[in-house]
Design a protein around this ligand. Structure first.
Ligand code: HEC
Length: 143
């Protein structure tokens, strides 16, 4: 195998370990985070949507916070973390597959609490991941 062949192989393995495009697209695409505060133009009808609305949207929806803050805490934290390289709102992120989502949901991170299996099953997380993907796909094509 050539040296470039090996490098390409390693890059592919890295991307696979993180889920499809998680490791790749931060360097290649730039997205505006200001769009996060607008309501989503397309409301996707999906079985994972209600689970997301109930468990995640209070912190991760694209709209402003109840306290008058311009963004909800999860959305604001992620917009700050990625500095315009990814959307702050999870419903616009197409790069969170079920395994990546499960890691964050089961462990929590920063101000985000962990969810136990009695609160949110693995099947629930799979549904939320599928909803986020469907929502990102429907909404990003409109922007
Ligand atoms: C109490 C508010 C709150 C709730 C509820 C909450 N989150 Fe979070 N979440 C956050 C915050 C704040 C962060 C950013 C933490 C940090 O990086 O410091 C975060 C980060 C994440 C991340 C990391 C994304 C990345 O790229 O770093 C994922 C994925 C995530 N949340 C998914 C979910 C899902 C799915 C749910 C519902 C099951 C949920 N969160 C519920 C507040 C919340």
């Amino acid at each position: 195998m050539t040296r470039t062949g090996i490098a390409a192989c390693i890059a592919t393995l890295g991307a696979a370990a993180f889920g499809t495009s998680f490791a790749q697209d931060a360097s290649t695409s730039s997205v505006p985070d200001v769009a996060d505060t607008k309501p989503l133009p397309v409301e996707v009808d999906h079985p994972g949507r209600e689970l997301f609305e109930r468990n995640c949207a209070p912190c991760h929806a694209p709209g402003p916070g109840d306290d008058g803050a311009p963004m909800l805490p999860g959305t604001a934290a992620l917009a700050a973390k990625y500095q315009g390289q990814r959307y702050g709102a999870l419903e616009l992120r197409g790069d969170l597959d079920a395994n990546v989502l499960r890691y964050f949901v089961r462990n929590g991170i920063g101000a985000m609490p962990m969810f136990r299996k009695v609160e949110l099953s693995d099947a629930d997380i799979d549904l939320i991941a599928a909803y986020l993907e469907a929502s990102a796909e429907a909404n990003l094509s409109r922007r």
